[in-house]
Design a protein around this ligand. Structure first.
Ligand code: UDP
Length: 317
């Protein structure tokens, strides 16, 4: 297959590029490098089956030659980024998907949309199955991300129904691992960075909110299997092990061998407005349809992530 990955220089996109190359395909990675980084792709420079295109998917996308699949990951998934860049977030989540779907149609390529657990908003059903329609505040600060992803899903289904395009929708739950940016602002890089620097871990509010964290190698395997499957309806991909943010902070301190303390803080501005109280994927569909479930335990994945951040901070000193 000749595969285009939008957001290919990002955290998940670059791991997906590695996996797809390992499975014998050709990869074109596209990224505007707003949050992605060429450092995530530098190890692929000499691979003749890999190429990079710098492009912003909110502008029409032109790619020469045939394409068998488009994995559309271009997005601003960190709440810090989408709160700072709300209009760009809406544009990439709407125009970006529109352009990528148009390209898929022109090339008769299979299309996979990287959607999100945020389509469920602050969920009133727990754990969240794909049949749940969600509880999203459209005009709240997180609405720019959540609603653009919901629009992306609607557009993807419309292309499938109208043009018979082969489409797939992955609802990705919290994912972590090497190549997350240190300044990403999401909880794992924040806590790992703080633990390694010996600073207090900033647990927002009382730390009772829950999330379920999936290691990136598990996630990209799920995306690849979904791409190859025949499943058109959305599939949750995530690790069902749910923990509170306070427990996560304690675990990171322990695994990093850090002397950091925990600080319960109320962040300024809109950072925690509409912050979902709980989140846990129901992955029954992924298990049945894809034969997929996560293999990396949280402790194991965090140790690998800590080692990555340790190495990076040593090389930037
Ligand atoms: N969080 C926190 N401290 C931080 C960063 C995040 O307590 O330094 C909390 C945040 O309020 C949320 C959870 O951790 O309840 C996960 O936040 P993140 O930004 O990683 O992603 P989200 O799941 O909200 O998209």
């Amino acid at each position: 297959m000749r595969v285009l990955i939008t957001g290919g220089a990002g955290f998940i996109g670059s791991h997906l590029a590695d996996l797809i190359l390992q499975r014998g395909h050709t990869v074109l990675a596209m990224d505007n490098l707003v949050t992605g980084s060429m450092e995530n792709l530098v190890h692929l420079e000499d691979d003749s089956r890999f190429s990079f295109i710098r492009h912003d998917v909110t502008e029409p996308i032109h790619v020469g030659g045939s394409l068998d699949a488009i994995l559309h990951l271009a997005s601003l998934p960190s709440p810090v980024d989408y709160l700072q860049m709300p209009i760009q977030t809406l544009k990439v989540g709407s125009l970006g998907v529109y352009h990528a779907l148009g390209l898929a149609r022109a090339k008769s390529a299979r299309f996979l949309l990287a959607s999100t657990s945020e389509v469920y908003g602050d969920p009133l059903v727990h754990p969240q199955p794909e049949t749940y329609w969600g509880n999203v505040n459209p005009i709240g600060p997180r609405g720019v991300y959540d609603e653009s992803k919901r629009f992306g899903e609607a557009l993807t289904m419309a292309y499938h129904r109208t043009h018979d395009l082969q489409t797939r929708i992955a609802r990705i739950f919290n994912t972590y691992g090497p190549r997350m940016r240190m300044q990403d602002g999401r909880v794992v890089p924040n806590f790992v960075g703080q633990a390694l620097r010996g600073e207090p871990l900033t647990v927002y509010n009382d730390g009772s909110r829950t999330r379920s964290f999936c290691y990136v190698s598990d996630l990209v395997e799920g995306l690849y299997r979904l791409l190859l499957s025949d499943e058109v309806m959305p599939v949750n991909l995530g690790n069902p092990r749910e923990i509170t943010i306070l427990e996560l902070a304690q675990l990171v301190i322990h695994l990093a061998g850090s002397s950091s303390e925990i600080a319960l803080v109320s962040p300024k501005g809109t950072r925690t407005e509409d912050d979902p109280q709980t989140r846990q994927p129901d992955i029954a569909r992924a298990r049945t349809l894809l034969g997929w479930e996560p293999a990396i335990a949280l402790e194991q994945g965090l140790l690998r992530t800590i080692a990555y951040f340790q190495k990076r901070s040593a090389s930037t000193v």
